[in-house]
Design a protein. Sequence first.
Length: 331
Amino acid sequence: MTKWNDQTVVVTGGAGFIGANLCARLLDGGAQVICIDNLQTGRLENLRDFAHHDRFEFIQHDVIDPLPRLRLPARSRICRVYHLAGAASPPHYQADPEHTLLTAVLGTRNMLSLSEQSGARFFLASTSEVYGDPEVHPQHEDYRGSVNCTGPRACYDEGKRSAETLAFDFYRARRADVRVARIFNTYGPKMRSDDGRVVSNIVCQALSGQDITIYGDGSQTRSFCFVDDLIEGLTRLMESDRAAGMPVNLGNPNELSVRQLVDLVVDKTSTTSRITFKDLPEDDPRRRRPDISRAQEFLDWTPQVTLDHGLDATVAWFQAEQHRAAAPLYA
Ligand code: NAD
Ligand code: UDP
């Protein structure tokens, strides 16, 4: 397990699903964590377990705007910047596409500048969406993708492609030491029940007895990675010297159709929910599976958690979430 021993680590998007899991992991490893988030899709509840930790600070800020001066603990410097800010769920990122695109472009530039000024290593949370609706299967990092730059997903897909461009330009110019992960569909505790992505939707629908929504006929595929595996991959990538300045796929290659996923969740929850079919959203990718040979070779990383176990943990978390009392956090 990586140890950070009082080094200061900045996490943007730290109140979101992946970001909050990452903050917890960094605090466990001894880091001073500064979490920056505008709470667009993130929640203070996600920080509940460590909101009062003496090595944790939360700053509400939109990364599109220039960063306020950060107060660092004595004798500390920023050594790592994990840049995760950016809504990841299609209904959320499509609600304000201009803000989504600017978060990817201006937010990434602002955080790269912070890395440049502080000499910190920079990590970009990119996405499998840079491959669009792929013609190559599974997707290797060398595949350049098939993205519709005029469609409703473009604000996110093209935004992340631009963010990668900026990151690699800073790297080539030796202005920042850069790591880029192309994250594939990830699920697990700390997702919002109203996140809108498929795992949280169908688990919450099954638990509450609402109709389970399949978009299209459910034959489209995805490959789902449990969040603990992803966090292990992110931190290994950040600390790897070999994987500098190149994109690295992080995801679980276990591919299944949305219909198969629904059947698994129905089985696990013994729900009486009905299954309903809705229109497939425009530009919804037909299939997606990561080629993780680069992560295996350079990071010695392979996901460990089976979908069966990961879904059990996720169902248990959403069940507990239904009963959790909303106590004030910063009282
Ligand atoms: P999320 O929506 O739960 O978290 C995103 C966080 O960023 C939220 O806390 C949100 O409030 C914050 N944010 C958004 N815009 C911001 C802005 N302009 N300024 C400051 N904060 C802002 O999503 P997530 O699933 O945790 O995703 C985290 C990152 O990983 C995102 O960059 C996303 O693109 C990437 N990613 C996630 C997945 C996945 O399956 N979860 C897949 C590919 C890539
Ligand atoms: N999806 C679905 N029902 C839902 C939410 C999503 O069938 O309630 C489908 C969606 O159309 C897509 C897949 O599940 O084909 C994964 O969607 P998600 O939004 O989780 O991720 P992304 O499309 O960004 O990979």
